[in-house]
Design a protein around this ligand. Sequence first.
Ligand code: ADE
Length: 364
Amino acid sequence: MPSAARLARRLEDWYRACSRDLPWRRHADPYAIWVSEVMLQQTRVQTVRPYYLRWMARFPDVGALASAPEDAVLRLWEGLGYYSRARRLHAGARVVLARHGGELPRTAAGLLELPGVGPYTAGAVASLAFGERVAAVDGNVVRVVARLRGIDATGAALAAAVHTVASALVRAARAPDALNQALMELGATLCTPRGPRCGECPARSGCVARASGRTAELPRPAARPAPILVHAVAALARRGSRVLVGRLGADAPRWAGLWTFPTAEVRPNEAPATAVERAALACGARVAGVRRVASLEHTVTRHRVTLDAFECRPVGCTGRAAPPWVTRRWVPSAALGELALPAPHRRLARAALRGDGGGALTRG
Ligand code: ADE
């Protein structure tokens, strides 16, 4: 097995020669690196690229982000998912402006104090932007290191062992940013979960998993919790050309701050039409004439959701929203594009906007 210094050197040389040209790698602006690292959590490079470019054009620095309204921030994030990342980035920018004069803290320990910054993001920003010798361990890095060193463990033991190796590598490296990026890059391009391209790997000669024929086994997967099946309904309540939407409060269990059609989970033994009426009422409208028009499936974290959409007609109004909604509005269908909607509701919105009552959606 090669020493940490030798392995680090091979990885760094390979990174310098072979890495992809990505927009956030072109300069060492700490804010830009922070934005990219938050976007890249649980999201692929190809997906992130256009979002990153739009974001940097609209919010080029901490000050621009800090002074933006939350609606604008969420609208720009729409489609990337895990919206709490956007809200925390926004909150983090406000803290950086208020407490640090607009300059990001230069160490992982300092960065960890910011809202939404965990050990991975802190390590990535501190090493890539400021050259601190700290590890940045995400899922890709876990896979690469577990294979290179043959770490046969799961859960916390796997995380701790990987962290130890990654820390030793970054301490032994010539340049901490190149070393950390090399581990990420290797995981994204060659050392992939299935079918790793070991023949092209700069560390192939010292890789324990390769030598023992265990690349398919390592790292050992964590036990996956069973998915939770959810049946939900959405009310497409129309009044002329307007449609009813509500804005979720900061305490909503998901999609906080975003707009949705009135939605409810169907309770055991409850008729879906009753759940639709309940949902609409929570957004301040009594409805009748409930008629199912479409159905779609989506997944949110562990929840596998069947979302049935129902057209309905308002017959009365309570005028106020109840939790999890904080505001409700009758919005012209044509203006739905200005609101931040989560992906499944955007699909419903597109159908509503065309006025086809959801006919273009997958019928259940
Ligand atoms: N995934 C996480 N961070 C990354 C980065 N800086 N470049 C490419 N992929 C990444």
